[in-house]
Design a protein around this ligand. Structure first.
Ligand SMILES: NC(=O)c1ccc[n+]([C@@H]2O[C@H](COP(=O)([O-])OP(=O)(O)OC[C@H]3O[C@@H](n4cnc5c(N)ncnc54)[C@H](OP(=O)(O)O)[C@@H]3O)[C@@H](O)[C@H]2O)c1
Length: 430
């Protein structure tokens, strides 16, 4: 048999330990599919004494992960440290520059420095693989970059954070508020101690930037992604969504129009019957609309040791087999230069909820502002009457331009009878 592929793993946390476990437990099928054994020979992490639940004896230990890049015994470097800067970036740069293929699960690194790293990989004619960086165990990268490579893709959308999807699911099922559910999710280990990256949508935006680059064959552009998280989604809006026939999900959506590419992450109301609306709890989903293949949807586990290790090892098997694809699906010079569109040019339907004083003329004042900005209503809902008290009014608009909607909302917020900042959630087809 051919000699084993010698792998260095930097980072032995959730994913790193998962990779070692998978390579041990599934060694037989991995060897068969790779055509040779895949053997971890060197590792790096910060704390050498920590029990990681996997055997490390006989492996070369490096305190400095960047040194793995120049170990002559190592064929492939796996970066599982995380973060767009620091040791993760330095290691990936050093390994590619040394002519070693790299596998990484690091969405922040790929989203922020993916263009520069692709150049480096191309110059040194080595692979940079990152299946685990988006949607964990779902082979979303392979599906877009290889499975659908013969298609023009017009839209890619997904539930890209299991943490947010879990929080929104529990809020709906139990009628609970965001902060309360977040605290529980942290206790259960579904949300990080510092959950900002997840709940403010940054993590999903990293993944969307990667999906958009692959779907539309253009350089990755994280800074152009519009981002809004789920902090402001209330139990009341989830209940109204239910009444109107919608589910609220945090979606990442990238769409190619004639004018350019829009890429956005924000809470959406999607029709209850849309397949993606049924993806609940910690599950992720990715939907692509392709000109010849039609609509393709993948769903599964987006995080965790097992699913993420599955994606990392699939990349290692490709490398062992010599299967290689340019980082962004086409060579850097062949990528498109279609411009990104600002969020202000988005056109779609909107859900609005206002808390107003229940007195005559209030609705007329609100609808006058909407009319003056060319916004027409599809439906309006006001339940119960409590003269002089605060009541919610819910409105659903026809397709409207985001810029006009923002101006109208700021004027509505200034009306005396409007008691708090209006809630606005964009409506999507799913
Ligand atoms: N967790 C998931 O479900 C998941 C899913 C998809 C993608 N990812 C991505 O996978 C990567 C790893 O995530 P994770 O959850 O496994 O993280 P983690 O549990 O925090 O593990 C990070 C590892 O990196 C090591 N490390 C940190 N700084 C280091 C340094 N300067 N030198 C050497 N080692 C260092 C840590 O060492 P010590 O253990 O000694 O502290 C730890 O072993 C991230 O890019 C993440 O975004 C994770």
């Amino acid at each position: 048999m051919t000699r084993p592929l010698s792998v260095a793993v930097a980072g032995l946390g959730t994913v790193g330990a998962g990779v070692l476990t998978l390579l041990r437990d599934n060694a037989d099928i991995v060897t068969a599919r790779a055509g040779r054994p895949i053997a971890v020979t060197a590792v790096s992490a910060r704390d050498r004494t920590r029990d990681r639940g996997v055997a490390l004896s006989g492996l070369h230990w490096y305190d400095d992960p960047v040194a793995l890049a120049t170990d002559p015994r190592v064929d492939v470097v796996v970066e599982l440290i995380g973060g767009s800067e620091g040791p993760a970036r330095a290691l990936v740069q050093a390994a590619l520059a040394a002519g070693k293929p790299v596998v990484s699960a690091n969405k922040a690194l790929l989203a922020v420095h993916g263009a520069e790293l692709a150049d480096l990989a191309e110059r040194h004619e080595v692979t940079l693989a990152f299946e685990a960086a988006v949607a964990g165990g779902i082979p979303a990268i392979k599906a877009l970059r290889e499975g659908l490579s013969a298609n023009r893709i017009s839209r890619v959308a997904g539930i890209l954070t299991g943490t947010c999807n879990y929080i929104l699911t529990v809020m709906r099922e139990h009628g609970r508020e965001f902060a309360d559910v977040l605290a529980d999710a942290q206790k259960l280990g579904y949300a990080e101690a510092d959950p900002a990256f997840d709940i403010d949508g940054i993590d999903a935006a990293h993944k969307l930037a990667i999906l958009a680059a692959l779907a539309f064959g253009r350089p990755v552009a994280f800074d152009d992604v519009y981002v809004e998280g789920i902090r402001n989604v209330s139990a009341l809006d989830i209940a109204f969504a239910d009444e109107l026939g919608y589910r609220i999900k945090l979606l990442g959506i990238a769409r190619q129009t004639e004018a350019g590419i829009e890429a956005r992450v924000h809470p959406c109301m999607i029709p209850m019957a849309a397949p993606i609306a049924l993806v609940d709890g910690v599950f992720n989903a990715v939907v692509a609309e392709a000109d010849f293949a039609g609509r393709v949807m993948l769903q599964g586990r987006g995080a965790g040791a097992g699913p993420t290790a599955s994606a990392v090892v699939a990349d290692l098997i490709d490398i062992a087999r010599g299967r290689a694809t340019p980082v962004w699906g086409a060579a850097s010079g062949a990528l498109s230069d279609v411009p990104s569109l600002p969020m202000s040019s988005h056109v779609g339907a909107y859900y609005l909820r206002l808390m107003v004083v229940d007195r005559p003329g209030v609705i007329a004042d609100v609808t006058a502002v909407l009319r003056d900005h060319g916004i027409s209503l599809e439906s309006m809902l006001q339940r119960g009457r409590s003269p002089g008290e605060a009541v919610p009014i819910v409105m659903v608009t026809h397709d409207t331009n985001e810029a006009a909607m923002r101006v109208a909302l700021s004027l509505i917020a200034e009306l005396d009878t409007v008691l708090e900042a209006p809630a606005m959630i964009r409506i999507e087809a799913g």
